[in-house]
Design a protein around this ligand. Sequence first.
Ligand code: ADP
Ligand code: MG
Length: 249
Amino acid sequence: MTNTPTERPLVEIRGVNKYFGEHHVLKDIDLDVQRGEVVIVIGPSGSGKSTLCRSINRLETINSGEILIDGQKLPEEGRALAQLRSDVGMVFQAFNLFAHKTVLENVTLAPIKVRKMDKKTAEARAMELLTRVGVQDHAKKLPAQLSGGQQQRVAIARSLAMDPKLILLDEPTSALDPEMINEVLDVMVELAKSGMTMVVVTHEMGFARKAADRVVFMADGAIVEQASPDEFFTNPQSHRAQDFLSKIL
Ligand code: ADP
Ligand code: MG
C-alpha cells in the first residue's frame, strides 16, 4: 500500500521531546509515515502513545524537535492550525460525538463550518460516508441511540468528511464491548485498503496482521523497535517487546 519510497513522507517526526513537568514522556522520537502507509503504535500503558498522536495534530505542544505534515511544520495557532486539524482526522477511544446533534449533523458540522460547504452537498457526502461505514439507517438518530460500535463508525465517518490526508486512531476499539470490536475493525481494514494513511494505536493483532505495514513498539516514551507485523509478533527483538507480547498474547 505504500507509495514509491522516493516521495517525501506524509508525516516527518524529528527528534521530538515532550515533558509534562519533570516527566519526560516522549524521548527523541523519530518517525516517518509514508503516504498510504498504515502504522500501528503498540506498547504498555503510559508509554506515550496517546501523547504522540496528540502531538501530531497539536493537541499537545512539543518541547523540542519538529513534526511536519506534508512538508509543513506544525503551525502554532490560528487559521493554519485549523487547516492542519482538518488535514489530520482523529478518532479517540471514547466516542467524542456531539451528544445533542444527530448522526448526520455530527458528520456535516465541520464541512459546513470549516470548509463552508453548502448544506445539501455536505449532507449528500455525509450519507455516502455513513453508508460506507454501515450506519446510514441511523442518520437521524442521536448518538446515545446507537451502540458503541455504531458510534465509533460514525466518528470515523465524521473524520473522513474533512477529506483528511491522515487519520489518527487512538485505541478506537478498546472501550467497546467485544461483540462490537470487529464491526469497527472491518471499517478500519477497508479504510486501510482504500489507501488512507493511518496511524493506529491498537493492540488488535488481527487488524495489525490484516492491514498494517509496520508496527512501532513504544516503551517509556521511546520507540524501542519497529518491524513488519509478522516479524514483530513472531520474533520481537527487544526484551521490552518480548515481555509486553507475553502479557497480551
Ligand atoms: P499511553 O497512551 O501510551 O498509555 P500517554 O501518552 O497517555 O500513554 O501518557 C504518557 C505519560 O504521560 C504517562 O505517564 C501519563 O501519565 C503522562 N501524561 C499524559 N497526559 C498527561 C497530562 N495531560 N499531564 C500530565 N501527565 C500526563
Ligand atoms: Mg493512550
